[in-house]
Design a protein. Sequence first.
Length: 57
Amino acid sequence: MRENCKSKLKADLCRYGGDYKKIPKFQKWFRKYQDSNNHLLKIFYKVLFVLNRKKIL
């Protein structure tokens, strides 16, 4: 099952049974941060990850 999941976000989606809503929000933002190649998007995703981790959002 892991071979079909190329990115870490896809692997999380496989691990949570294909339901995107079951993945915790902070984990979604962190995986998007890890997968992003655009520097501005990395900063944006990192800010969202930190805010979600601190329960501000």
